[in-house]
Every structure is written in C-alpha cells, then in structure tokens.
Design a protein around this ligand. Structure first.
Ligand SMILES: *Cc1c(COP(=O)(O)O)cnc(C)c1O
Length: 430
C-alpha cells in the first residue's frame, strides 16, 4: 500500500497534487510520501514484535538526509555500506550503537571512523578484512564487534545483478568454511565475535530462499556455540521485494516474513537485526517526468520524456519494470495503445519501457514512475550534464524540497581547468 492515489482525476502524493510540485520544482523530480515511509518501517518493526530486535534501514536504497532523519526519529537503526553513509547516519542523529557497517571493501579509514564514532557491529565479509579490522582496533586500544557474513549458497531467484547469496557471488564467506573462520576470529586480539550475518539478495518475491538461508544460519549458530563462540546476535539482511507491476501477484508481507524469522531462528535467544531497504523506501516514492515529444517511428511510436536513465537507471541496469501512469487521469473511453517510453540521453539503453500500453499523451503532459523511491535518486548521475534530479518530501498537505536541483553553472563550476590547460601549454611542441 502507498499514498499515491488519484483524487478528482489528479494523482496526489498524500494530500498534494503531483502537478503542483512539478509546476513549482520542475521535472523530472522525485516525490516521497512520509506516511508511506513511516508505515513500511513500522510494518517491519511490528513483524518482529516479541523478539529482541532492531530494524536497520538499508540506507543505500534512499539516503536523503530528510528520509534518514524521519526514520531515525522512529527509532530505526541503519545499515551502512560506506564511510559516507556512516557520516550521513550520524548526521541524522542515529547513535553509533544502532549502526551496522556492511560492505565487501571496507577501508582502514572507514574502520577507524566507525570504531571511534561508535558502531553496533561490522559485518565482516572476508578473512583479510577481519585481520585488517583487528589491527585497526588494536591500534586504537579497542575491540571491534563483528558478525561474519556467511554465504549460504541459496538461489534467491532474483535478477542476477542483485543476487548475493550464491557461491559464485563476491559476498561473505562460504558457510562451509564458517567454523574455521570463526576460530581465526576468536584468536584475533582486536575482534569480538557477536554473531552471524547473512544477506542473500534483493527484490525477493518468495519466502522460500529466506527460509533455506535462515535454517542454515540456525544450524550454524548451534555449531558455533558448540565450538565455544558467543553468538548472541543474528543479522538476517534485507531483500524483501515489492510489487513493481500492479498487475503482478503481491510479494510476501513483512508480517509473514516476521513469522518466518520467528519460526526459523526465534528459539535461539539471539537479538535479531534485519536490514530492509527497498520495502521501506521503494513504494514511498515516484518520479514525475514530462512528455517532451511524441514521435512516430517505423512501426512504433515513442514517448520521449524529460526524465532519463541518469535520473532512474533501474530499467537500463536491471531490466526493471516500473508502472508509468499519467498524472492526470485519462478520460474514460480513451483507448490505450502500445508505445516505447524513452529518455533523451544518447544511449539506446535509455529506454524505460517497450510497447507499453499507455493512454494518448501530448507534449507537456506529466507521467509518474511508481515504486521509484528505492535505488532511484541515490543512483542518479549527471550524465549528459543533466543536473542531478531533485527530491521532494510530502507530509499530509505540506511538502518541501529536500534536495534542490543544481544549476548547470554549479555543475560547470565544480570542474577545475588548470592554468596549464587554459594557457595552451599542452599543445604539442615537437
Ligand atoms: C542492499 C542491501 C540490503 C537491502 O536490500 P533491499 O533489497 O533493499 O532490502 C541489506 N543488506 C545489505 C548487506 C545490502 O547490501
């Protein structure tokens, strides 16, 4: 469920017409609903009721400072994957003991930052990383709390670019070698083992892969305890999918996911962490774009928008489907017709949808990409010198720009032209 509905024929974000935001801020623009963010975070929190737990929002899905501050206010922890994200979490008021640090390539600087600033745990992904972390912690006179991310070798049955739990993926250590690696961890002076971590992929639309992974984690918990390790925390990752196409069957609900967690690992007496990203932020956002041209090609027509792959890369990168709907509800009786929906960027990959059934649209009309709140704005770039897409947050009938669109002058001014380029001394003198 989200808060983007037609009222009197106009698509609204909560109580605000999207057309009003587009007229003021321009297009393309991302618009988020605070009510949806709150609702989705709470669904997870409630799904784990009865277990000692912390929901650590995977902020890579949408890390706008306003979104983070809102979720931090609800008591959310954060899953961070870089020093930059760590600093964002701290700036949003998240205490260090609610921040888990994930990622396969943590640098010494990032480790030092989190150890001195406070961190709930590092989710360690390899032995070399664990040894470096131990050294950094010893140097600071500390011990780094860690879980080790195990790769359970289950098929998440999702898009190859977002599957992370198969043995051929770069993530974690093979679960078969876990006991050996935990033994090494226990011997490192700067390391304190607190638990186990697993994250098998993103946009999972079936609970079965989670079940397979969590049963393996439960078994490993028992084995590691028998080996003498303290396993008091299980980080079960994120990955629950959302319905991108409203025609599709709905993916599992957080409450069913919560019940699965209780069933598979609930009796181990562990503190449970989960790291949902997409399910918190995905359906909390739309991207609004304007039709620039309608072009007739050979055998097919093109709807050319002012939004492009640099603003929303998911279709180009993951073959992702987004429902694309007109902001003004089409009049009854208008026949939809198939059309290719594309952006203006000079790449054939800049195609949002092929032969999509759309009502007739004209230049100047607005469309909204649904389910664009996760992995949308955070993945945007300024390719083709298209200013970074702005973001707006709506709450009831109020709304604010939470990241303005930079001017092209700002973009140009960020580059530096050295004097020796400007004065022409790079001309070949031979
Ligand atoms: C990306 C990621 C998540 C969030 O995944 P979603 O599919 O957005 O829920 C959680 N944990 C880790 C380690 C990740 O890399």
């Amino acid at each position: 469920m989200d808060h983007f509905l037609y009222r009197n024929g106009a698509l609204h974000a909560e109580d605000v017409p999207l057309a009003e935001i587009a007229a003021t801020v321009g297009t393309p623009v991302y618009v988020y609903s605070a009510a949806t963010l709150v609702r989705h975070f709470r669904l997870f929190d409630e799904a784990l009721e009865g277990l000692d737990h912390l929901v650590c929002y995977a902020m890579k899905s949408n890390s706008n400072q306003a979104v983070l501050t809102l979720l931090a206010g609800l008591g959310a922890g954060m899953d961070v994957v870089s020093g930059g994200e760590y600093q964002r979490a701290k700036a949003a008021g998240v205490p260090g003991d609610k921040i888990v640090f994930s990622g396969v390539g943590k640098t010494v600087d990032e480790m030092r930052m989190a150890l001195t600033g406070g961190v709930r745990q590092f989710n360690v992904e390899s032995e070399p990383e664990m040894r470096v972390l131990s050294d950094v912690a010893v140097e600071l006179g500390l011990r780094a709390p860690i879980t080790i991310r195990v790769n359970p070798d289950v098929d998440a049955m999702t898009h190859a670019k977002i599957a992370t739990g198969k043995s051929e993926n770069k993530f974690g250590i093979p679960i078969a070698r876990a006991r050996e690696v935990y033994a090494e961890a226990a011997a490192l002076p700067g390391i304190e083992v607190v638990g186990i971590d697993v994250h098998i992929g993103s946009q999972l639309t079936d609970l079965a892969p989670f079940e397979a992974a969590y049963l393996k984690v439960a078994e490993l918990t028992r084995a590691l305890r028998a080996d003498g390790h303290t396993i008091r925390r299980l980080d079960l990752g994120g990955g629950l999918g959302i319905p991108y196409a409203h025609s599709n069957q709905a993916p599992p609900l957080p409450k069913d996911y919560g019940a699965l967690i209780k069933r598979t690992v609930g009796d181990l007496g562990c503190e449970i962490e989960i790291e949902p990203g997409r399910l918190v932020s995905g359906n909390a956002g739309v991207m609004v774009s304007k039709v620039v041209y309608v072009k007739s090609g050979e055998g097919r027509d093109f709807l050319i928008l002012d939004g492009a792959m640099n603003d929303l890369v998911r279709p180009a990168m993951y073959d992702a489907h987004h429902d694309i709907v007109p902001v003004i509800e089409p009049a009854l009786g208008l026949e939809p017709a198939p059309i290719d929906i594309v952006g203006p960027v000079c790449e054939s990959g800049d195609t949002f949808a092929k032969q999509r059934l759309m009502p007739p649209l004209s230049p100047g009309d607005l469309v909204a990409f649904r389910s664009a709140g996760a992995y949308g704005a955070v993945m945007a770039s300024e390719y083709n010198t298209r200013p970074l897409v702005p973001e707006v947050l709506v709450h009831g009938d109020q709304w604010s720009v939470i990241r303005p669109r930079p001017s092209v002058a700002d973009i140009i001014a960020r580059d530096h032209v050295p004097d020796w380029v400007r004065d022409g001394s790079t001309e070949c003198d031979s």
